[in-house]
Design a protein around this ligand. Structure first.
Ligand SMILES: NC(=O)C1=CN([C@@H]2O[C@H](COP(=O)(O)OP(=O)(O)OC[C@H]3O[C@@H](n4cnc5c(N)ncnc54)[C@H](O)[C@@H]3O)[C@@H](O)[C@H]2O)[C@@H](O)CC1
Ligand SMILES: Nc1ncnc2c1ncn2[C@@H]1O[C@H](COP(=O)(O)OP(=O)(O)O)[C@@H](O)[C@H]1O
Ligand SMILES: [K+]
Length: 477
């Protein structure tokens, strides 16, 4: 499991550790990890042209000491000091190792950056406010215009570290090297999209429980409900699916595909006769009509045929339920819904909360948390990174998707799959986490080199699961 801690937690853990270590030890650990990561990124060090963008804090200090280590190994290092308060000892160390340092004019920053093999963003770290000052922005723009890769120190400068929001200008990194633990901006879009791959350097911090986690292959494997020797189709879990309409018959077929690729032993489809016929034609395994179930998945493609009274009744019943798409219209703020998982995209969540869609997209973590608390449900907010928030404040983020997954019907596959996991006995949080992970892993198999349809994604869920459960295989991503 990957954990993301808040700035406050990181600062407290750093202070505890620093009190026990000789001065400067932590920064040297960070800088060594950073220098190694930059060398590995470039594939060489001797003769590499490295430009450091250095702000006023310790983030710049990390960059300067990493620059010193690279200069000692033959790199040509130039530090562009964007503040007259740049880390003094770091500047001296770099210069003593043969590097150059000075204001943008003094070092000729435009020419240096344009000719660089890599730019290191040490403008701000966890002490940064969102946004970049004009002088910093100008240097970043030179790197971007000349397509020089940027390695961000701790995080791309300018993003909001604790929320993953990007309200102002920020660095777009090729690689991010972070220290001690992940920060929330590494997991949550839009900031996560500005990080590139994130490389974590251990500096020995002892951290409290994290507010945000991202499950990895081994975690998903541990949670997956594998049938036991004595299992039968009922004990594996039966899912009731209420999806599709004469307007959107396909949604029922697609959601069924997602559900049957999950762990359930049986699926009962409840819907209009003609749609049931289509579902049966595609999936002869299903049973049409109501009966005993362990969970409900309701809403994909119901359109105007949503029976609000009936759905309310199911929500109030004992079995856990998943609400998707049109089904979300029945949700209100009264009642105990702790066994309900909702799977909105940003547009649907914006309607539930009465805010603009763009605001939800820009502030995903905040709105997922707010909806979970207000409606007393577990919220799975779909998108490029999927945020899952529970009413008691837990948050998980799924980060292994591919943009090829942004295709009509992909949400129906996810609803079916998560419903299947609920029916097999997982909690709403675990069902959402495992479902989002396998859905994305399936999309990576289906759309490895190009587009795939939602049905093709559903068709790869079983393979993604097989690869995951084969312990010798590792991560199906
Ligand atoms: N604190 C520690 O002991 C360690 C910190 N490390 C590094 O130190 C960083 C944190 O250092 P600091 O606390 O000095 O904070 P930063 O390096 O993030 O910089 C804070 C400074 O930048 C200014 N600033 C804030 N927002 C700005 C903006 N948008 N544009 C321009 N200037 C802005 C602030 O006024 C402040 O002077 C971490 O991200 C990490 O890179 C590592 O060396 C490991 C040890
Ligand atoms: N840019 C993206 N990168 C990765 N995954 C995405 C992206 N955009 C959307 N997705 C995923 O694709 C699926 C789309 O679902 P949804 O919006 O409900 O579409 P539909 O209603 O057509 O099925 C969700 O699982 C979502 O997380
Ligand atoms: K940075």
């Amino acid at each position: 499991m990957r954990h993301a801690h808040t700035v406050e937690q990181v600062r407290a853990a750093e202070a505890d550790l620093m009190a026990k270590l000789p001065e400067g030890t932590l920064m040297q650990r960070a800088a060594t990890g950073l220098a190694v990561a930059i060398s590995n990124f470039l594939g060489y060090t001797y003769g590499a042209r490295v430009v450091l963008l250095v702000g006023s804090g310790d983030n710049g200090g990390d960059a300067l000491y990493a620059g010193q280590k690279l200069a000692r190994r033959g790199a040509e290092v130039t530090a562009v000091l964007l503040s007259d308060k740049a880390h003094r000892a770091g500047v001296a160390a770099l210069v003593a190792a043969g590097g150059r340092a000075g204001s943008p004019e003094e070092v000729g920053s435009v020419a240096a950056i344009a000719a660089a093999d890599v730019v290191v963003d040490g403008i701000v770290g966890i002490g940064g406010r969102p946004g970049l000052k004009p002088e910093a922005l100008a240097t970043v723009k030179v790197a971007t215009d000349h397509q020089v890769p940027i390695v961000a120190v701790d995080m791309p400068s300018g993003v909001d570290v604790d929320t993953g929001e990007t309200p102002a200008e920020h660095v777009q990194a090729t690689l991010t090297v972070t220290f001690g633990t992940h920060k929330i901006c590494h997991f949550v879009d839009p900031a996560a999209a500005a990080c590139g791959p994130v490389h974590l350097v251990d500096i020995g911090l002892e951290l409290p429980p994290a507010p945000v986690a991202s499950l990895q292959a081994a975690d998903i494997r541990d949670l997956y409900p594998v049938p036991r020797g004595e299992s039968d189709k009922y004990s594996r879990g039966v899912l009731g699916l209420m999806a599709g309409s004469s307007q959107y018959p396909g949604a029922a077929v697609i959601a069924t595909s997602g559900a049957l690729a999950g762990p359930i032993g049986m699926l009962r489809y409840v819907g209009p006769g003609k749609v049931a016929d289509a579902v049966r034609a595609a999936h002869p395994e299903i049973v049409a009509g109501e009966g005993r179930v362990q969970a409900w998945a309701i809403g994909s493609g119901l359109g105007d045929e949503l029976d609000i009274g009936k759905v309310r009744e199911l929500l109030d019943a004992e079995e856990p339920a998943l609400l998707d798409a049109d089904g979300l219209k029945v949700l209100d703020e009264s009642g105990d819904h702790t066994d309900v998982l909702i799977t909105p995209h940003a547009g649907e969540l914006s309607r539930l909360l009465g805010v603009e869609r763009g605001v939800v997209e820009a502030e995903r973590l905040r709105h997922a948390r707010e909806a979970a608390e207000r409606f007393d449900v577990t919220v799975l907010l779909k998108g490029s990174t999927t945020v899952i928030a529970t009413p008691d404040g837990q948050v998980r983020v799924n980060t292994n998707a591919t943009a090829w997954l942004a295709t009509a019907g992909a949400g129906d596959v996810l609803a079916g799959l998560c419903g299947s996991l609920l029916a097999a006995g997982l909690t709403p949080l675990d069902a959402g986490s495992v479902g989002a992970y396998l859905h994305a892993a399936a999309a990576r198999l289906a759309a490895a080199d190009g587009p795939a349809t939602a049905m093709q994604v559903a068709g790869k869920v079983a393979e993604a699961t097989r690869l995951l459960l084969r312990r010798d295989h590792g991560d199906p991503r």
